[in-house]
Design a protein around this ligand. Structure first.
Ligand code: URA
Length: 232
């Protein structure tokens, strides 16, 4: 885990050859959706494991069959809420929950509008009560403009005041991190890598493309007009 010098509380995993190998597979345009989803699960699992190194554990005594010794018991790891930002965070959450198995899970749908405004629409919000001892992990693979995450964090804060709010993603653009830190200086950011920049369409460069489409396939547009049924 590497602390980024540009912001307080921003970490990447560029020093982990294993995570860089998984990221390389995700970036590759020839990686199919099965391997892409598996890669996101893998990243969620290992980033979750790395996160536990920043959490508090309590010292306890434990009796082995032979004698008493010192041990530890989870404290923060038991008090986690994972906020899954649909769609692309689903496999990331699946990986995180393997390490953070006590986690309660919130789901938010947030879709980004067209440039230049990129307005965010949240149609589905289900978040559990957030307690003062909780660590909230907002999972969103791509921290691009930061607009989605700012809306999501504003929403999450309505459900309680947690001990920590962490944004966990695969890739971030410096512009997105800058906006999040300006709005919420206390929010921590953990990403596999911080990429170079955003393009005019709001995609991260070099990036990995549209994470949702690559994991689940490109959605098609169909008419939403009600179908008329005639009864003979
Ligand atoms: N969302 C994505 O899926 N990819 C990007 O590059 C930016 C936002």
């Amino acid at each position: 885990m590497r602390k980024d010098k540009r912001w307080k509380g921003v970490y990447s995993f560029e020093d982990s050859p294993f995570l860089m190998e998984v990221l390389t597979e995700l970036r590759d345009k020839n990686t199919d959706s099965i391997a892409f989803r598996k890669g996101l699960v893998k990243l969620g699992r290992y980033m979750g494991y790395e996160l536990t190194k920043t959490m508090e554990f309590e010292k306890i005594k434990v009796e082995t069959p032979l004698e008493e010794t010192e041990g530890v018991i989870a404290k923060d790891r038991k008090n986690v809420v994972i906020i899954t930002v649909l769609r692309a965070a689903i496999p990331l959450m699946e990986g995180l929950i393997k390490v953070l198995e006590h986690a309660r899970v919130g789901i938010i749908s947030a879709s980004r509008g067209k440039p230049p405004k990129f307005e965010i629409e949240m149609k589905y919000v289900k978040i559990p009560h957030i307690r003062p001892e909780d660590t909230v992990i907002v999972a969103d693979p791509m921290i691009a403009t930061g607009s989605t995450l700012i809306k999501v964090i504003q929403e999450v804060k309505k459900y309680g005041t947690p001990k920590r709010i962490i944004v966990l993603g695969v890739l971030a653009a410096p512009e997105g991190i800058e906006r999040i830190k300006k709005e919420f200086p206390e929010v921590e950011v953990f990403v596999t890598k911080i990429d170079r920049e955003l393009n005019a369409k709001g995609y991260i460069l070099p990036g990995l493309g549209d994470a949702g489409d690559r994991a689940f396939g490109e959605p098609i547009k169909v008419s939403t007009l009600p179908q008329l049924h005639t009864i003979e």
